[in-house]
Design a protein around this ligand. Structure first.
Ligand SMILES: Nc1ncnc2c1ncn2[C@@H]1O[C@H](COP(=O)(O)OP(=O)(O)O)[C@@H](O)[C@H]1O
Ligand SMILES: [Mg+2]
Length: 332
């Protein structure tokens, strides 16, 4: 559906994204995930036609759109700040694009009513953006974009201005709309939980370059680089003494274990073992995080809040299953 072929994107001659190659399938929910400044918005803006392709090309359904004007690309975009027209009502905001494209008044009214219904904001049709909550404004922005019937929706951190509870419920709404209407989505976020919960596939970006592309499960369970290992979820880096103690066979280079895979040794088979002392505890409500001191370094152990508490200073044998040992091989 969408293919970036060795695309360079630059600002004032300075490369922001070098040599980008990704392919996004029809109907896919594809997420660009990475820290602030890594080039996520740049890639979206380039696909939308607001930032030029310096080298390489972008194909949309087989057609080279690299030099096509933004309006002709059939791509909808939802920005972080919503960019609603403050002087127009909700209905007028949503109608705006259709009106501009010369659709008849009656037709526009019908489509607007339908879209307000789908996005759950019918009751606010006659309010202005300033009278709405952040979540409602977000829905208006989505409705305004969706009404144009784009085959592709670009969403740039659309939930980052909302509080946590609302973020989760809007996340579900976006996923529902996407499933219902079937548009291809490219979603930008720096929030790993958002990326993991929404996406069919994720591209993890670091300094303008793709570190790994894969399903949420693959990215989390089989990180290919140290960066991915640390950026998605948490990872304990095993020190030389820890590695010596567990005597993991094969493999060299850095090794990691996610804290939730570690537990107090109960003699289970196929596990590695490390002896360590509780140095500190952090109460998180449903979970308790234990900072464990081993011979030449520390690691975190996360246990259910319902489990028996470990006391500071007590020594334990901590174990984790063989398959939980992560050895990111590095980029090929
Ligand atoms: N309009 C611009 N002019 C010059 N440099 C820019 C512009 N927008 C972004 N950049 C630079 O491009 C890089 C990527 O930025 P951006 O795509 O906004 O990152 P992200 O969306 O991942 O936070 C950054 O180094 C940023 O400073
Ligand atoms: Mg951005």
């Amino acid at each position: 559906m969408i293919r970036f072929e060795q695309v360079d994107i630059a600002y004032d001659g300075k490369l922001a994204v070098p040599n980008l190659s990704i392919t996004i399938e029809d109907g896919e929910f594809f997420t660009l995930l990475g820290p602030s400044g890594c080039g996520k918005s740049t890639i979206l803006r380039c696909l939308a036609g607001f930032v030029p392709v310096i080298k390489g090309r972008i194909l949309l359904a087989g057609r080279d759109i690299s030099r096509l004007e933004a309006e002709k690309r059939g791509v909808g975009i939802v920005f972080q700040n919503y960019a609603l027209f403050p002087h127009l009502t909700v209905a007028e905001n949503v109608a705006f694009g259709l009106r501009a494209s010369g659709t008849s008044k009656a037709e526009v009214a019908g489509q607007v009513a339908d879209m307000l219904e789908r996005t759950g904001i019918s009751e606010h049709a006659n309010k202005r953006p300033a009278e709405l909550s952040g979540g409602q404004q977000q829905r208006v922005a989505i409705a305004r974009s969706l009404i144009m019937g784009p085959r592709i929706m670009l969403m740039d951190e659309p939930l980052s201005n909302l509080d946590v509870k609302l973020r989760v419920s809007m996340r579900n709404e976006i996923k529902r709309l996407q499933r219902q209407l079937g548009f291809t989505t490219i979603y930008v976020t720096h929030d790993q939980e958002e990326a993991l919960s929404l996406s069919d596939r994720i591209a993890v970006l670091n300094k303008g370059e793709v570190e790994q592309i894969g399903t949420p499960e693959a990215i989390y369970n089989r990180p290919e680089t140290e960066f991915v290992c640390h950026f998605i979820g948490e990872a304990n880096r095993l020190t030389p003494a820890m590695l010596g103690e567990i005597r993991a066979d094969g493999g060299d280079g850095p090794a990691f274990v996610r804290p939730e895979y570690m537990s107090i040794d109960d003699g289970a088979p196929n596990t590695y073992r490390i002896t360590a002392t509780v140095a500190d505890t952090v109460f998180l409500g449903n979970l308790i995080r234990y900072r464990m001191q081993a011979v030449d370094g520390h690691f975190d152990l996360i246990r259910s809040g319902a489990a028996e508490k470990l006391t500071v200073g007590s020594q334990h044998v901590v174990c984790f299953p063989h398959h939980a040992l992560l050895r990111p091989a590095g980029r090929a």
